[in-house]
Design a protein around this ligand. Structure first.
Ligand code: SF4
Ligand code: SF4
Length: 363
């Protein structure tokens, strides 16, 4: 159904919850324009419907216009997932002319100063307001994506107002998922249970009030959920992810799992990778499951949750995701969230290529 194309891991922002891996691909190993265009044609042949142009920051690729054009020619619905700060109106217009279908703009906070601090980037919110206006002028549909955590959670009502001001038709209120950089920064990001519950009330109220104006996608934090989410809709069941260097992954965090081999679009056809690639076969379906998932009624609803989270927190990717209340590790895991969220937040470890040491601001 969907193909997430991480065109580059370059990004001028340094969000401490970024879903990119801790070891990011350097620009010199990124796929070329022709290689991405070939991927798009193969994706259309395979029956993929939507592509998500992501990163890093996809607008850091100078060939984005050509990639979008090829996607449109191949009949693919294209969604640009961007932080917006590198865009110009001319460029966005060219992307729209070349067939771009949808823009998803991420915001760090509705408070400009706090947004700058979270992304370690000055002036980001002002730029996003401009980008929102251009998207509207050009008649493209807009989704605003707002990752939520303890350092912006109190501003949720203002974030909803901001999404309306920007002209969004959809708002993703996405509590942080704790993989990659977010796992490293978990204590700095984890809200308390009471803070989380308040966001449920706020979103429910706003959903009712803004019916027909703004659609809400609400992503619950695993730590406060009863059952896990079906990660990627089920491993190898509907979505593929391609890294900047061409590795094809069943999910964006799959490289954190040891012992998996990932095929590359440079050496194997996309359809063959999807159908027969060892990484896609590994956790597809339910045969790989252990108890309690194996005999659970929900096994084809949530597919045992997230393999990467199961590995990161239990050391075994075939274990039940500890986000599940039926996991023997769930109570202990929830305790960690309660303890970390009650303590003062530590400093962020900012996300950046070439290392994970904190770096406060861009030049
Ligand atoms: S989450 Fe932040 S740092 Fe990561 S790609 Fe998006 S904007 Fe860049
Ligand atoms: S035991 Fe496994 S299948 Fe059942 S709800 Fe928990 S994670 Fe889902």
């Amino acid at each position: 159904m969907g193909l997430l194309m991480e065109l580059t891991h370059r990004c001028p922002l340094q969000c401490p919850y970024c879903s990119n891996p801790l070891e990011m691909d350097k620009p010199n190993i990124e796929l070329s324009t022709a290689e991405w265009q070939d991927v798009l044609r193969q994706a259309a042949e395979l029956g993929i419907l939507q592509i998500h142009l992501s990163g890093g920051e996809p607008t850091a690729r100078r060939d984005l216009e050509e990639i979008v054009k090829t996607a449109a020619e191949a009949g693919l619905y294209s969604n640009l997932i961007t932080a917006g700060v590198l865009l110009t109106r001319e460029r966005l217009q060219k992307l729209a002319e070349n067939g771009l279908d949808h823009v998803q703009l991420s915001i760090q906070d509705a408070d400009a100063e706090n947004a700058d601090r979270i992304a370690a980037y000055k002036g980001g919110l002002l730029k996003k307001r401009e980008v929102g206006a251009w998207v509207k002028e050009l008649g493209l549909p807009l989704t605003v994506n707002a990752p939520l955590h303890r350092q912006n959670i109190e501003n949720l009502p203002k974030i909803i107002d901001l999404a309306l001001e920007l002209g969004a038709g959809r708002l993703e209120v996405a509590h942080i998922q704790y993989y990659a950089w977010a796992l490293k920064n978990r204590a700095a990001l984890m809200p308390t249970r009471a803070q989380f519950m308040r966001t449920v009330e706020i979103v429910e109220e706003a959903r009712e009030r803004l019916k027909g104006i703004l659609v809400f996608d609400f992503v619950v934090p695993d730590y406060y959920a009863k059952y896990p989410k079906p990660c990627m809709g089920g491993w190898g069941s509907g979505i593929m992810n391609i890294t900047p260097s061409g590795k094809v992954l069943p999910c964006h965090a799959a490289e954190s799992l040891p012992g998996l081999e990932f095929d590359n679009v440079k050496t194997r056809r996309l359809a063959d990778i999807w159908l027969n690639g060892p990484a896609f076969q590994k956790f597809r379906g339910t045969d790989w499951m252990k108890e309690p998932c194996r005999s659970c009624d929900r096994r084809e609803i949530d597919f045992g949750g997230c393999r990467c989270q199961a590995f990161a927190l239990t050391g075994d990717a075939t274990n039940t995701d500890p986000a599940c209340s039926l996991s023997s590790l769930h109570a202990e895991w929830v305790k960690v969230a309660d303890i970390e969220s009650a303590k003062p937040a530590p400093e962020f470890v900012y996300r950046r290529i070439g290392g994970d040491k904190p770096k406060r601001e861009t030049a």
